[in-house]
Design a protein around this ligand. Structure first.
Ligand code: UDP
Ligand code: MN
Length: 606
């Protein structure tokens, strides 16, 4: 009798545990599927029925190790998120770049080489993510007409990271109402990366059906002719150009379409939010407008208060003398009437000033729309060259100076005398376009649209975009003291002088009274030695040791995470700092895959 009871009891146990396992399995699967391409509801779009899933990317493990969520290393490294404002929380994910294996390292290094951003994080984020809503709160109360012109989104790419490209396209579908989204046109500018061929074809076929068109250039054209090719395939009322590494934010398109509906000769740009190339963190850009200098480089200027003093204040669209170039919307027929782009311009550069001058001088206007936000990965360098290695920026600038700038081109030549005699091809068509459109003079443009320009002499230098760095804001100090290495008991100091830019760091005997050993750790996660220089990872490669550099204030290579676990995690390379024990490098520090060994233990001692 007893043994029968026991047997039933056991059956019961097995039944219960099997049921629970099944439930758990189903739950985990459901959760995992939440972000798979098949199951993401796209607002206003008929749910699609994909035929195939994305095959593995050539260079992308595309996933964190299964243990990522629970991994102790990662858990320990998390910041006290509760204290961060919500918009920061979403993207304080530097841990996403953590290196777990040789393969991770390969993806990271390949990514920095080929794309100049953190490919490992891009792959791990995948096709969808939430973004902080960076609009002014007042924007959320604004309403737009339902009946808006339809948009063709045009995205040219050359050797783009597949994960970044797909996230760009998905962000458009995730955040655009179907009735205004006519199509997305991708223009492959003869890329060489294998990922962008069959894998991309299959993905588009399986996930987007007919709303996404892919055009392949049989030879490299550059982004200027590339966009013209894209535009020639478009059928929507408005062309919206995006770079291939963007993420559009909440309600981004209606605020762009609405002013075009009111006046078809209005060309509009969203505010370009910043996606960090090192961490892919999304952050808000300040409200600035486009300008340029006499070297014909684009720059950001502050917006004159008079522009923002209307009834809508800071959320009103405002005039901008120039556009940054990558992201804007323009009525399709107007784009054609106004002469598209200068097809004699190659690869990259100058076309943004050319179209800006043309818009203003030939009867249109250019506005920035503060309530429309689109993120763009800003890179420190362009990772591709031009065929033949020519300086296309100089070539394109010459063309635009000769066509549009009248006597003011002398200002450009004063800065670039070597370009005076340089061949710039045939511009007769563009000159006659200017006549035919009855455009005003460059002097008119300067007097009326960019009067600030005349105050600057020809020696005004190219300026960094103001929003890449933090400007005048000083980050709060979180902690201050000696940085002791627990394995050796020694302290991290400059190998030579703490003021020596590019100098290495080593561990030496601690000296609590020496200001040369004093580190500051601040809320931007910088480590500053002796109030002078920041601890920095050169060129985001782990094989080089960290060194001391001028603080640049834009995170990434100078962003360190000093966690409870005593590890010193470098965000842009996803590794931890350790002290070398080998005799040849004794006392020197280097970067390694994070682990629990004493060689990676540090403490900031106040
Ligand atoms: N691009 C292109 N062909 C080229 C060079 C660039 O199609 O020969 C694309 C590139 O992939 C990107 C866009 O043009 O989507 C703008 O280029 P990039 O992002 O390098 O310019 P930046 O943002 O640095 O101005
Ligand atoms: Mn870009």
């Amino acid at each position: 009798m007893g043994s029968v009871t026991l047997r039933y009891f056991c059956y019961g146990c097995i039944f219960t545990s099997v049921t629970w396992s099944l439930l758990l399995f189903a739950y985990l699967n459901l959760n995992q599927d939440k972000y798979s391409p098949r199951n993401v509801p796209i607002k206003g779009i008929e749910p699609y029925k994909p035929r195939r899933l994305l095959p593995r990317f050539t260079h992308s493990p595309n996933l964190l190790p299964k243990s990522f969520q629970k991994d102790k290393l990662v858990e320990d490294l998390f910041h006290p998120h509760e204290e961060l404002p919500p918009e920061k929380k979403i993207d304080m994910l530097p841990e996403m770049g953590m290196i777990f294996s040789k393969q991770d390292e390969e993806v990271r290094d390949f990514g920095y080489r080929k794309h100049a951003f953190n490919l490992l994080i891009s792959n791990r984020i995948g096709n969808h993510r939430e973004l902080p809503d960076t609009r002014e709160p007042k924007c959320k109360k604004k309403s737009y007409p339902f009946d808006l012109p339809s948009a063709s989104i045009i995205i040219c790419f050359y050797n783009e990271a597949l994960s970044a490209l797909l996230r760009t396209v998905h962000s458009v579908f995730d955040r655009t109402p179907a009735h205004v989204l006519h199509e997305v046109i991708l223009v492959d500018d003869d890329s060489e990366l294998g990922d962008l061929k069959e894998d991309l074809d299959e993905y588009i076929e399986g996930n987007f059906l007919e709303k996404v068109k892919l055009v392949r250039n049989p030879k490299r054209e550059g982004l200027i002719r590339g966009r013209m090719i894209g535009a020639s395939h478009a059928k929507g009322d408005v062309l919206v150009f995006l770079d291939s590494h963007c993420e559009v934010n909440e309600m981004w398109l209606q605020p762009l379409l609405s002013p075009i509906k009111e006046d078809r000769k209005t060309v509009v740009c969203p505010v370009i939010d910043i996606i960090s190339a090192d961490t892919l963190a999304y952050s808000s850009s300040p409200i600035v407008r486009g300008g340029f200098n006499w070297g014909l480089h684009f720059k950001w200027d502050s917006v004159p208060l008079s522009e923002l003093s209307g009834p809508e204040g800071a959320i009103a669209p405002f005039k901008s003398p120039t556009m940054a170039g990558g992201l804007f919307a323009m009525e399709r027929n107007y784009f054609n009437e106004l002469g598209q782009y200068d097809g004699g311009m190659d690869i990259w550069g100058g076309e943004n000033l050319e179209i800006s001058f043309r818009i203003w001088m030939c009867g249109g206007r250019l506005l920035i729309i503060p309530c429309s936000r689109v993120g763009h990965i800003f890179r420190k360098r362009r990772p591709y060259g031009s065929p033949g290695g020519q300086d296309t920026m100089a070539h394109n600038s010459l063309r635009l100076a000769h066509v549009w700038m009248d006597e003011y081109k002398e200002q450009f030549f004063a800065l670039r005398p070597e370009l005076r005699t340089r061949n710039y091809g045939d511009i007769t068509e563009r000159v006659s376009l200017r006549k035919q459109l009855n455009c005003k003079s460059f002097k008119w443009y300067l007097d009326n649209i960019y009067p600030e320009m005349q105050l600057t002499g020809p020696n005004a230098k190219a300026q960094q975009p103001v929003f890449v760095n933090r400007g005048l804001k000083r980050p709060n100090v979180l902690q201050r003291g000696l940085l002791r290495h627990l394995g050796t008991g020694k302290c991290l100091v400059a190998q030579s002088q703490p003021s020596h830019k590019g100098g290495l760091v080593v561990v030496k005997e601690c000296d609590p009274v020496s200001s040369d050993q004093m580190w500051v750790y601040n809320e931007d996660h910088e480590l500053i030695l002796a109030n002078l220089l920041c601890l920095d990872m050169p060129e985001t490669r782990s094989s080089d040791p960290p060194r001391l550099m001028k603080c640049h204030g834009s995170g990434g290579s100078q962003q360190w995470s000093l966690g409870k676990n005593n590890r010193l995690y470098q965000v842009s390379i996803g590794q931890c700092m350790k002290v070398n024990n080998e005799l040849s490098h004794k006392g020197y520090v280097s970067m390694a895959i994070c682990d629990d060994s004493p060689s990676q233990q540090w403490r900031l001692e106040s």
